[in-house]
Ligand binder design. Structure first.
Ligand code: AMP
Length: 546
């Protein structure tokens, strides 16, 4: 449509390089602190990180990298990963974060699909890449290591420090359209091949602005933020953009994500805010309890990527006085979709009611539209009681996958099907009942595996739990509960059933409970239900004799 009257404001393209420019100019002294692979702590200011990121740009340009070319990283969270991030995006090239927890064949597949030209990798991944080197399209390898710690390798790789040494710290950034591609992240799809989500500069900048909000991540310059969630998991949930935009100090945990290591950094660096998937917090809480520790600096913890168990919420909030923010999102949403929390109407409600509400995945911030639909695509009411397919729309929601994979992913009105099943209540709060492919359908009705898992996780002897649907001759499917006990503990069947009694509908009660040494986790630290279903099919899950 032709514009009747043009606005008269400046054209200031929303490109992410401006975020680090801003951090260097306004918050130049704020630090990015990294635990390096060897365990030593490294500190750098945003101003210095900015200069080194510009040197990365110069190094990439010297290797012939042009706008639109793909540069891959295989690295834990660290300041040099950030430098590559901005150094690549700043010149209009596309940063492809590869998840090192993927199977080697999957890494080969996505690197070829993405046509990655450069790979910057942590030294610990050299053996992995050497083993698949002949099948990769990479022209240049760069190893993130100091000169004196450079590993011997068959990759013909450059040492990161040599790669950038002496290069121009004034390489120009920006100057391209804000809709240009900026980052690439493959979904950890459990069926078919992974699909590439291609973020634009504009979507990432707007997502960062959205994430800064009071009811979203609420990050400011007085915060010390530790993204435990890896940069290869959906942009570390936006934090590599949000923190420099706000001028927050960052603490990067590197490869050590166990409870003891996380605690040590939270404490010594006085972290005020952190974020990760529930499994990480199970490890931290265990460590705190075992050693009688507390976290006086930590104010908020964002928990997402999988449903927040009530036991974790209560432990953080009631035992340690740390606010929990439950987040739901997905790679295709950049990734934030909703944040748990209370609407003003529930500010004075009973604690149990508040907890119920906070366990919901929550409210979409401005920029995300949500709706739930039935099997015919008809919108369902927001009554908190009508589960349906969850659809999303917004400025940072995928409109398609790289190379058109998966076909047309939007419906006629531009809605993206998240593949999740959810309810929305009269406060506007969304609650996931299941991933559509994990749904347990019994006698034509849906059973929420998440509700079953959450109830069981409140038992002190349960380290992790998963409910899956298994075939049943009469009901199609019945729930099977799989439990990983805490070391040395063995909760009895009846204790777990007592916990479920009254918290779930009677007919949701699992027919069988089986114990497993370790619940398998997927590449982003979530329970791998596909694997569990496979183990069940193969007869490898057996009920204990108790
Ligand atoms: P990914 O793109 O790998 O982060 O996976 C996104 C999927 O993780 C979503 O579609 C949900 O199924 C699941 N997910 C993310 N956050 C939550 C949450 N807070 N509660 C339940 N499921 C979640």
């Amino acid at each position: 449509m032709e514009i009747e009257m043009q606005g008269l404001m400046q054209h200031w393209p929303l490109t992410v390089d401006k975020i680090l420019d801003h951090a260097a100019r306004v918050h130049g002294d704020a630090e990015v602190v990294t635990r390096r692979l060897g365990g030593d702590i490294h500190r750098i200011s945003y101003a210095a990180l900015h200069d080194r990121a510009k040197q990365v740009s110069a190094a990439l340009m010297a290797q012939g990298i042009r706008p639109g070319d793909r540069v891959a990283t295989l690295a834990w969270n660290g300041e040099r990963h950030m430098e590559c991030w901005y150094g690549t995006m700043g010149i209009g090239a596309v940063l492809h974060t590869i998840n090192p927890r993927l199977h080697a064949d999957q890494i080969v597949w996505i690197a070829n699909h993405a046509a990655d030209r450069v790979l910057v990798l942590d030294a610990c991944f050299v053996p992995l890449i050497e083993s698949i080197r002949d099948r990769l399209p990479i022209e240049h390898y760069v190893i993130i290591a100091d000169r004196d710690a450079m590993p011997a390798n068959d990759l013909g790789a450059l040492c990161y420090e040599d790669w950038i040494a002496g290069r121009d710290t004034g390489t120009p950034w920006g100057g391209f359209d804000e809709n240009a591609a900026c980052g690439l992240c493959y979904t950890s799809g459990t069926t078919g091949n992974p699909k590439g989500v291609l973020y634009s500069h504009r979507s990432n900048v707007l997502h960062a602005m959205m994430a800064l909000g009071r009811d979203v991540l609420n990050i400011g310059r007085n915060d010390v933020v530790m993204p435990v969630v890896p940069m290869f998991h959906a942009n570390a949930w936006g934090m590599a953009f949000v923190c420099p935009a706000a001028g927050a100090r960052m603490v990067m945990p590197g490869a050590q994500l166990d409870g003891a290591s996380i605690y040590e950094l939270l404490d010594s660096e006085r972290v005020t805010m952190t974020a990760a998937v529930p499994t990480v917090w199970i490890g931290l809480l265990h460590h705190l309890r075992e050693h009688g520790l507390c976290l006086p600096w930590l104010k908020r913890v964002v928990i997402g990527g999988a449903a927040l168990p009530e036991a974790i919420l209560r432990a953080f909030e009631d035992d340690y006085g740390i606010e929990v923010i439950h987040g739901w999102g997905m790679t295709e949403l950049s990734p934030m979709g909703t944040l748990g929390g209370l609407m003003p109407a529930l500010a004075d409600a009973d604690r149990d009611i508040q907890v119920r509400q906070k366990l919901k995945q929550g409210i979409p911030p401005f920029g995300v539209e949500l709706k739930i639909v039935d099997e015919d695509g008809e919108e369902l009411p927001a009554d908190g009681n009508s589960p349906g397919r969850l659809k999303a729309r917004g400025f940072a929601v995928a409109g398609g996958y790289l190379d058109g994979d998966g076909g047309d992913v939007l419906d006629a009105d531009g809605w993206f099907d998240t593949g999740d099943v959810a309810t929305i209540d009269n406060h506007g709060a969304m609650q996931i009942t299941d991933r559509a492919k994990d749904v347990i359908k019994s006698g034509g009705e849906w059973i929420s595996s998440i509700d079953i898992e959450n109830a069981v996780l409140s038992h002190a002897g349960v380290a992790n739990a998963a409910a899956i649907g298994v075939p049943h001759p009469k009901w199609d499917e019945r729930p099977l509960l799989i439990v990983q006990a805490e070391p040395g503990a063995r909760p009895a069947d009846h204790e777990l059933r007592d916990l479920l009694e009254g918290r779930i509908a009677r007919w949701w009660m699992p027919d069988e409970i089986v114990f497993i040494d370790a619940i398998p986790l997927g590449p982003t630290g979530k329970v791998n239900k596909l694997k569990l279903r496979e183990l069940h099919r193969e007869g490898k899950l057996r009920a204990p004799l108790n």
